[in-house]
Design a protein around this ligand. Structure first.
Ligand SMILES: [Zn+2]
Length: 123
């Protein structure tokens, strides 16, 4: 099996979720990865492996063109939370593996969506 550097950060993100962190609809200003809220309330980027302080962006122009992405983002986010619940409630190793795999795919899709969305928001 081929290991891409991306797999590692996706795995870290999945680990964060398993530890009870929740995925937010915010994205990292540095790498556009979805941000997590840790149990202590800290926003965390799983890819940069650091705490992120999100500053509210005053002039969010072009809101309409990013609406499609935002909707997609929300859908993926809901699915991730769904799977997160299941992961926390299962003891079945095989199911855990399946769920983790699904989670990884969702996270990497989410990351792609966020990357497409970000230039519109921040440039
Ligand atoms: Zn980051």
């Amino acid at each position: 099996m081929q290991k891409k550097p991306e797999d590692k950060s996706i795995k870290r993100m999945a680990d964060l979720l398993r530890q009870g962190a929740t995925l937010t609809d915010l994205s990292c200003p540095a790498c556009a990865s979805p941000l997590f809220r840790l149990k202590n309330g800290t926003l965390w980027c799983g890819r940069c492996e650091k705490k992120v302080v999100v500053v509210k962006n005053g002039d969010e122009q072009d809101k309409t063109s990013s609406a499609t992405y935002s909707k997609l983002e929300a859908t993926l986010l809901a699915k991730v939370q769904d799977i997160q619940d299941k992961i926390q409630n299962t003891e079945d190793v095989e199911e855990l593996q399946k769920l983790s795999l699904a989670l990884s795919e969702l996270l990497s899709n989410l990351e792609k969506v966020k990357k497409m969305n970000i230039p519109r928001r921040n440039l």
